[in-house]
Write a protein that binds this ligand. Structure first.
Ligand code: ATP
Length: 255
């Protein structure tokens, strides 16, 4: 039995910690033309993966400030909360266009809308999950996904005992039903919570059925076509990194 605390904003932090090969691949795809952001050219240059991770964190912070009634924010205020320099904040936000007002800062609602747009979360993302074990059950109960537009629409499993069951309001389908179910639900994202030895074949089945992005919770490095996006979350790796940092006793590891 795996015990997991309720998933909260920490999930977003995993975007900083990813499998290097996948990251390099994504960065190459995102920045085909230029590796260095040109602020003047904000509408055409895509943010780096690290900037995308920070944009998610700025968004959470901005939404919190907005809820507290703060409508104007400075890059310093945003940076201080996240341990980022104000110059870095301005550089990241420059990808969104000229949203800053000199001497005033940024209008929170405008910035929130722009970040949601660039991250692609100003829309609904129907999502399927394969492998309805303990980890999957914890994820399915997490309300934060739906708040962000990630709506689970179908579940799949290979275990005949689970097929046909209803879990968190969703029916568990057999893998063979994947093409039909994906065609009906129009899901574009797939969450993989199968044992690692099944990960590659299940990911290929998801892609063949029309999935365009895979959130991989297994330690398996997936080999998928270049136009398929993969983000990996290996909770054990995260814990190992944490143990290492604690062992350093607060010292910054060399970069
Ligand atoms: P449980 O004890 O409920 O099976 P678990 O978390 O211990 O939970 P795991 O062995 O991690 O289970 O497997 C996660 C889920 O993936 C299980 O529901 C299992 O039936 C399913 N699964 C295993 N192999 C495949 C596969 N090839 N395709 C789809 N689902 C699979």
């Amino acid at each position: 039995m795996v015990f997991l605390p309720p998933f909260r904003a920490e999930l977003a932090c995993f975007s900083y910690n990813y499998i290097a090969a996948e990251d390099a691949r994504l960065d190459r795809r995102m920045n085909k033309k230029s590796a260095t952001p040109e602020v003047e050219n904000a509408s055409t240059v895509k943010p780096s993966r690290a900037s995308v991770g920070r944009l998610s964190l700025y968004l959470r912070r901005l939404e919190m400030l907005h809820r507290e009634g703060i409508n104007k924010v400075s890059s310093r205020l945003l940076g201080e909360a996240l341990g980022v320099t104000d110059a870095q904040v301005r550089k990241d936000l420059a990808y969104l266009g000229n949203l800053g007002h000199p001497g005033i800062g940024y209008a929170a609602p405008e910035l929130i809308a722009a970040i949601r747009r660039i991250l692609g979360i100003d829309r609904d993302w129907p999502t399927v999950l394969v492998g309805v074990g303990n980890l999957a059950r914890a994820l399915l109960r997490y309300q934060g996904f739906i708040e962000r537009g990630f709506r689970f629409v179908a579940l799949f499993d290979a275990d005949p005992a689970k097929i046909g069951q209803t879990i968190e309001g969703l029916t568990v389908h057999a893998l063979e039903a994947m093409p039909t179910v994906l065609a009906t639900t129009k899901a574009e994202l797939g969450v993989l919570t199968v044992p690692s030895q099944a990960a590659q074949s299940v990911a290929e089945a998801l892609v063949a059925a029309g999935i365009r992005g895979v959130l991989n919770f297994t330690p398996q490095v997936l080999r998928l076509p270049a136009d398929i996006s993969v983000v990996s979350v290996d909770l054990t790796v995260q814990l190992e990194q944490l143990a290492f940092l604690v062992q350093l006793g607060g010292e910054e590891p060399s970069r």
